[in-house]
Design a protein around this ligand. Structure first.
Ligand code: SAH
Length: 361
């Protein structure tokens, strides 16, 4: 049993069942035993692989996208360039390298990385030692420097804890984690009904809400309205709000039971982009997308970039083409349709590159 499982069981013994939200939060970011807090989870040797770890093209294109967005903003100097949940720092490193072809943009950059994990912050520090830009770390949006900004977040929202409500005996009840008769962690509907949820549902249906995501969207959108700029979110999830349990745990590139070894596996939930967009709009920001990651990357030039890399290093052409396909392809096992891109922006800005198709909904 993981140390965190033992801790959670003793908390349940003392205080009663724990909400799924609290469980997910502890599993990921408990200061001592949380999954992200003391490990490097990425890559073939780790638990999962993200787009910037698949190919340098991903961060490079986002760097160039940011340079174009900065020009659209009227070239503010300094530009706060802020990333949520930067992992190993790979995306930022690739973005800053690609931005060398836009020297004025690069010179305007003041970078802040928002990271909860001291271990990952240390790895980011090493990755970015030679990046040649001023970089600071923060643990929340509130700690970041004020002013016009571009925010980037890849696979960050899916790590924010969700609340779940389960339809049980004709009522919605908050889903909780308790200890069953065999001494294992198990899900159950909470005792008290939650009459504030009005949705129709059948026995066993599950509704998810991400309060931390809503708070972040509202706070971020308010800042963009006041101080200018935009935020790019890329994540896996659904465009329209729907019913269902999307809580998923991954360890060693395999799906595992989220209750078996909390703290030892990554736990995520699908991002409800429509719900996130509602909170951003409620704060007065414009929202573009969500659009498929594949369409976004194509629009901003991944095909041209892949071709240039293949021409420069023909011996690696197969590798570049495989990475390009994995990022934009829409077949099972590819990321192009599973992942979506969405932008939250100050209303004075036109549609950012890749989103010229218009603001949806
Ligand atoms: N963007 C990176 C990593 C994604 S994993 C990539 O694409 O490779 C999620 C990242 O968010 C990790 O760096 C994790 O430590 C960080 N994180 C998770 N919850 C957080 C929180 N509440 N506040 C700040 N960072 C958080």
């Amino acid at each position: 049993m993981s140390e965190l499982a033992a801790l959670i069981k003793s908390m349940i013994a003392d205080e009663g069942p724990m909400t799924v939200e609290r469980y997910m939060e502890m599993a990921l970011t408990h200061p001592e035993h949380g999954y992200y807090m003391n490990r490097d989870p990425f890559g073939a040797a780790g638990d999962f692989t993200t787009a910037p770890e698949i190919s340098q093209m991903f961060g490079e294109l986002i760097g160039l996208w940011s340079a174009e967005s900065w020009a659209m903003m009227g070239r503010p100097d300094p530009l706060r360039f802020i990333e949520f949940g930067p992992g190993r720092g790979t995306l930022m490193s690739d973005a800053l390298r690609a931005a060398r072809i836009a020297p004025e943009f690069r010179a305007a950059l003041d970078v802040t990385l928002i990271e909860a994990s001291p271990t990952l912050a240390e790895i980011q520090h090493e990755t970015l030692l030679t990046a040649g830009a001023p970089i600071a770390w923060a643990s929340s949006l509130a700690e970041t420097p004020e002013g016009p900004a571009i925010f980037i977040a890849n696979e960050f929202l899916d790590a924010l804890p969700v609340r779940q409500y389960v339809r049980s005996h004709n009522r919605w009840r908050e889903r909780v984690v308790w200890v069953d008769k065999a001494g294992r962690l198990a899900f159950a509907p909470g005792r008290q009904p939650e009459p504030f949820i009005q949705a129709a549902g059948e026995e066993g249906d599950i509704i998810e809400v991400c309060p931390a995501g809503h708070r972040l969207m509202f706070e971020l959108a308010s800042r963009l309205v006041r101080q200018g700029g935009l935020a790019l979110f890329i994540d896996y999830g659904h465009g329209a709000t729907s019913i269902g349990d999307t809580l998923q745990a991954v360890r060693g590139h395999r799906i595992v039971d989220p209750l078996v070894e909390p703290g030892e596996c990554d736990i995520t939930a699908h991002v409800d982009f429509a719900a996130m967009a509602r909170s951003a709009r409620a704060a007065g920001a414009a929202v573009f997308g969500p659009i498929d990651q594949g369409d976004f990357l194509r629009e901003i030039g991944i095909d041209t970039r892949a071709q240039a890399l293949c021409e420069r290093s023909p011996d690696r052409a197969i590798e570049f083409e495989a990475a390009r396909r994995r990022l934009v392809g829409k077949e099972v096992g590819e990321m192009g349709a599973l992942f979506k891109a969405m932008v939250v922006a100050n209303r004075n800005l036109p549609a950012p590159p890749g989103f010229e198709g218009g603001a949806l909904r």
